[in-house]
Every structure is written in C-alpha cells, then in structure tokens.
Write a protein that binds this ligand. Structure first.
Ligand code: GTP
Ligand code: MG
Length: 415
C-alpha cells in the first residue's frame, strides 16, 4: 500500500562544491544545505572537489563529472545543486552528462525568493532578477526553456514568458524597472511621513535564520510569519512596540543577509534594507548557537556600514541563547545583549538597551485645543503619556515626545 499518495514528492538533491580556495568550502556547503532545504528539496549528499579553477566545460573535472553521474543514477538524484555560478555552457553540459536537472546557487536563491516574495515590490524585484539572469542565457538553446515538470528552477516568470524572445524580455525589464521606481518613490514618501510624524523606528537586521521574526513576535506579539526556512521574511514588516518607559516605537523586521549574495539580488536586498538604514536604532541579531555567529555579526555590520549607517546606535543581539549552556562563553562583540526569543530570556534587558539608545524624549506639558485632535492622537501614538486630562480649553497632556516632534507641539507648550 502506498501512503501519502497525494503528498508532493520532494526532490532529492546532491550538493556539489568546487573548492578553489576562493572561499571556505565547509561553511559554504552548510549554507548551500540550508538554501536547498529552504527551496523545498531534500539534501541527500555532498561532493567536494579541490581544484585551482573551474573546468570551462563542466565546472568540476571530467572524472568527477562521471562520478557524479554514477551517483545520480545509483541514488535516484533529482537535482544537482552547484555552489558556484555556472555558465550557460557548463549548465547544459552537466545536465547532458548527468541526465539530471541542475541549478546553481543563484538560481536556487532566485527560486526561494520567488516562492517567498509577498509584497508587490518583492515580486517585482524577484521577477526582474530572474529575467536579468535569464537574458544572457537565452541565446543558448535549451537552457531555462526546457524545464518542464515543476520543482526547483521552474518557479517564477513562467514558461510562456521564457519562450518569448529577448526583445520581449528587455521590454518587460524596462516595465519592471519603471514600476519599481514608482514603488521606491512611494516607500521614500512613507519613510518621510514617518519621520514627519515623529515616529521613532527600531530595525531588526541580521543574517538569515537568526531569529529576527521570532524576536519581533516575542517583542510585539505581532504574529509575523516565522518559519524554519531561509528567507521566511522577504518584505519589511513594521509593528508598534511599547517600551517599559512608555515610549512607543515602530519595530521593523527585514530580510536576512547571506554571504556571496548573487549580483542580481543586491538591489532587492538594498531596497528593503534602506528602510532599516533609516531607523533610529538598529538591532544586529545573530544566532549565538551558530559556530559562525561572530562572522555573521561582522557581515551584517559591514553591510550596514556600506549603507551609510555608521552614526546610528547598533545593538548586537545574541539570540537563541537557550541553545547554549549558560556558562559557555559566546562571541560577545562589544556590548552584545544575550537573549532567547523562544524562552523570553534577556528580553527585559534588550528592551532596556533599546530605551537607552533611543533619541532623548523630551518632557512636555501641552494644552491642545479640541480642534487639534489629530495632533493629540499623534502625541498619544508616538510619545509616552504620563497624564491626560480633558478641560474646557482642550486636552491637557503631560508626556515625553521624541525630539523630532517638538516643532509640531511647540505652539501648545504650557509651563
Ligand atoms: N531555540 C531557539 N530557536 C529560535 C530562537 N529564535 C528563533 N528560533 C528559531 O529559528 C528559526 C528561524 O527564525 P526566524 O525568526 O524565522 O529567523 P529570521 O531571522 O527572521 O530569518 P529570515 O526571515 O530568513 O531572515 C525558527 O525555526 C525559529 O523557531 C531562539 O531564541 N531559540
Ligand atoms: Mg524573518
């Protein structure tokens, strides 16, 4: 009897690493493993070949290619995943020799993005990246065009679109770029509106799978999508967070970083990170239980620096501390806060650290006429209210407000 007949069969993948010394093979393979899993396939095995440079025809050497072919047949491998970027020729040769569908790291990541993009901007970015990746490969007959049967490497713009000619694709790329410009403009307006409204923002950034969305949930009970998969979050999400001192801030969740980001995706990343870069406080979240915690923190720090946020307070946060024994020393860089988004350990300390790094809220006493009800609402939303009273003249508020709000309430200060 066959069980789970309706269940989609997962693709069985063999991961191939070419170790040229350009990067460290072991952590790269570990990442490729996670990426493969996130794409919905089952990593079945890994093969590493040391070689000074990739072979022009098959990336790995001829002998190794034969070995891989044998492996594919013997273990019924559905998918070969190469960690390096393959040229159209290499891709075609490898598929021909092994008789197995093949993707490289970029295709894999694009595929995960395609499956996870939620917002309009995210979808546009992914389609653009996929088309740009496909365009130079289109002249090579067979590549990207004959991928029938679904699964990894087939999601995205869709078969019919891929079959259209290059001119058609270029036109589509133009359209996408224009639409993205629109979306970008709108987002900039949104950021400006927030700033104008005096909303203080705190951004969660960090390596993928560090637990940013879980931390967001713990901090705000926001109900943000959490999955044990890379890139569960592709679109920035914002939620209100009330700090113990009463200050209200906007907490922003962002997409996770990863090493050697495919060139075509840098823009997509940047655009979501620009929001984070504008934040008043940045939480650099990392998975303390990962052997690469320190490296992840550094990567994130450098990316943030490249986005121009060197002046802003960045709080390193060591998450998943429940996974490591209490007394184990973890790589603390500077004043890292040790937390567990899962158990809630360290959360009060983190909230305090956020509070300490906020721009200084100023104590004000206000008398707002009833005609200024919307301004009163903004003070309630953005500031920390100490007392509120209705008087015949209007709302009498004692509060602390962010400095960015001072000019708005200036006319109504009393005492
Ligand atoms: N044990 C433990 N697991 C955690 C903790 N925080 C998060 N996780 C788990 O780590 C995995 C990834 O968590 P997410 O919150 O989705 O990670 P993320 O940083 O948002 O990932 P991306 O959105 O891909 O960048 C999930 O399986 C979480 O349950 C923690 O404090 N302890
Ligand atoms: Mg997330």
């Amino acid at each position: 009897m066959k069980m789970h007949e309706n269940r989609e069969k997962k693709e069985r993948a063999l991961l191939v690493e070419l170790d040229t010394g350009a990067w460290e093979a072991k952590p790269a393979l570990a990442e490729l493993y996670e990426l493969t899993r996130s794409a919905g396939a089952v990593p079945f095995g890994t093969i590493t070949q040391k070689r000074p440079a990739p072979d022009a025809a098959t990336c790995v050497g001829r002998g190794m290619m034969e070995e891989i072919s044998g492996f594919c047949k013997k273990y019924e491998i559905d998918l070969l995943v190469f960690d390096c970027e393959l040229t159209p020729t290499q891709l075609r040769n490898i598929e021909k020799i092994s008789g197995t569908k093949t993707v490289d790291r970029t295709m894999l990541i694009l595929d995960i993005f395609a499956a996870n993009a939620r917002s309009r901007e995210g979808r546009l970015q992914v389609e653009l990246a996929q088309l740009e990746y496909l365009l130079p490969r289109l002249s090579e007959k067979g590549v990207g065009l004959s991928r029938l049967g679904g699964g990894i490497g087939t999601r995205g713009p869709g078969e019919s679109k891929l079959e259209t000619d290059r001119r058609h694709i270029r036109k589509r790329i133009d359209v996408l770029n224009r639409q993205l410009d629109d979306v970008k403009r709108r987002r900039e307006q949104q950021i400006r509106r927030r700033q104008k409204n005096g909303i203080v923002t705190v951004a969660l950034v960090g390596y993928t799978n560090a637990g940013k969305s879980t931390l967001m949930n713990t901090l705000t009970n926001a109900g943000v999508l959490v999955e044990d998969k890379l890139f569960a979050t592709l679109d920035p999400t914002a939620r209100a967070l009330k700090l113990p001192g009463g200050e209200k801030v906007m907490l922003i969740d962002t997409v996770g970083f990863l090493r050697r980001l495919p060139y075509h995706l840098i823009d997509a990343f940047r655009s979501t990170l620009e929001q984070a870069a504008e934040a008043d406080v940045i939480l650099n979240v990392c998975d303390a239980s990962s052997p690469e915690a320190r490296e992840h923190l550094e990567i994130t720090k450098n990316l943030l620096a490249s986005l121009g946020c060197t002046e802003r307070p960045i709080i390193p946060v060591m998450n998943k501390c429940d996974l490591i024994p209490a007394l184990t020393s973890i790589p603390m860089i500077g004043e890292a806060v040790r937390v567990s988004a899962k158990t809630g350990e360290g959360i009060p300390t983190l909230l305090k650290a956020i509070e300490e790094n906020l721009p200084d809220y100023l104590p004000v006493k206000l008398l707002l006429p009833f005609s200024e009800a919307s301004l009163a609402d903004r003070v309630r939303t953005v500031g920390a209210i100490e007392s509120e009273e209705y008087t015949p003249e209007g709302y009498r508020l004692t509060a602390r407000v962010p400095p960015s709000m001072m000019s708005d309430v200036w006319d109504y200060l009393i005492d």
